[in-house]
Write a protein that binds this ligand. Structure first.
Ligand code: GUE
Ligand code: MG
Length: 304
């Protein structure tokens, strides 16, 4: 039976560590400050943003939730970022994605002061990360490393295969794994005989953004699978592809009319030695690492 790498347990450990750091900072008169900017009403953003704001409050941060209207312009957003960049009490700035079409996301993200870029999306942080300098790393890939380390899964010398090459997950995940001395391969939609490559993986990171894309034949028996995908399934046909005969998921589907599935087909987990479930895996670590990044930003920025 494969081992389930429980995101909730590991996230709680990280938050405990963060809480202790916050206490130590409080004793020195410092309170980490996080600004979460949520534009308009993207239904998928509501739950994540609420979770980020609530967690940062629980941990004793100064927490600010800023909610510009759906119709906000790039210029107005740039003015907001400039204000937050200049504020002494704000250590971290997060602009929740996606943004409305009229807002130029790249221009905005590049305007965030790199030392306050707790998402790790700024090209200066991407460059620092790849150049082996002190950097704020993107939260989801940082969470992947934390799961592996805290679960005692050896990274050094392992074959790590990352499927997906996005700037915010695949690429930085590969870089972080490389820094931990894995032998890293990045795969993507043009990779030839993908299964032959993924079957070499001791650690398989799935970050494609397609439901159930990784099938059992693509997994080396006993491998560790980290499933970064979060896909919502809301038709019976799709449901049956992944969860036919699964009573727990059946109940969830009946109740909510949708369920989440990762980028890994549930049958592929059965081939693995250990895996992160969806939900309850990497997503929870993303939020925990945002908190860790904010404390880190506070310490670095304040010279501590
Ligand atoms: N600037 C920015 N930074 C982000 O980090 C960012 C973003 N924009 N836009 C959206 C994505 C998505 N994201 C998630 C965070 C937590 C869960 C999470 O907590 N997932 C839980 C619950 C999932 C559920 O029930 O819906 C789980 O996987 O168990 C998922 C996804 C952060 N993102
Ligand atoms: Mg993310």
């Amino acid at each position: 039976m494969p081992k389930v790498l429980d995101g909730a347990t590991i996230a709680a450990e990280i938050k405990q560590d963060v809480a202790e750091e916050v206490k130590a900072l409080a004793a020195r008169g410092v309170k980490p400050g996080l600004a979460v900017v949520q534009v308009g009403h993207v239904p998928a953003s509501e739950i994540y943003v609420r979770n980020k704001v609530q967690t940062s409050k629980e941990l004793g941060f100064l927490s600010e939730h800023i909610t510009p209207a759906e119709t906000v312009t790039t210029e107005e957003m740039l003015a907001l970022i400039a204000t937050l960049n200049a504020r002494e009490d704000i250590d971290g700035i997060l602009v929740q994605l996606p943004l409305p079409k009229q807002v130029d996301a790249k221009v905005l993200l590049d305007a965030i002061a790199p030392e306050k870029d707790v998402d790790g999306f700024h090209p200066v942080n991407a460059g620092r990360l790849q150049a082996g300098r002190q950097a704020l790393a993107p939260c989801t890939p940082a969470g992947v490393i934390e799961i592996l380390k805290r679960s005692g899964i050896p990274i050094s010398g392992a074959n790590a295969v990352v499927v997906g090459r996005s700037d915010i997950v695949g690429k930085p995940a590969a870089m972080l794994l490389l820094h931990e001395n894995a032998t890293v391969t990045i795969c993507h939609s043009k990779t030839r005989d993908l299964g032959a490559v993924t079957r070499q993986a001791d650690i398989l990171v799935a970050a494609i953004g397609r439901p159930g894309f990784i099938t059992p034949d693509m997994v080396k028996p006993g491998a560790t699978i980290i499933d970064v995908g979060i896909n919502r399934i809301d038709t019976r046909e799709e449901f049956d592809k992944f969860f036919k005969g699964n009573d727990k998921r059946e109940a969830a589907f009946a109740k909510r009319g949708s369920v989440l599935v990762g980028d890994v087909h549930p049958a592929a987990f059965e081939v693995s030695g250990a895996y992160t479930p969806v939900p309850g895996g990497v997503g929870l670590l993303t939020i925990a690492m945002l908190m860790a990044n904010t404390v880190r930003a506070a310490k670095i920025r304040r010279g501590m």
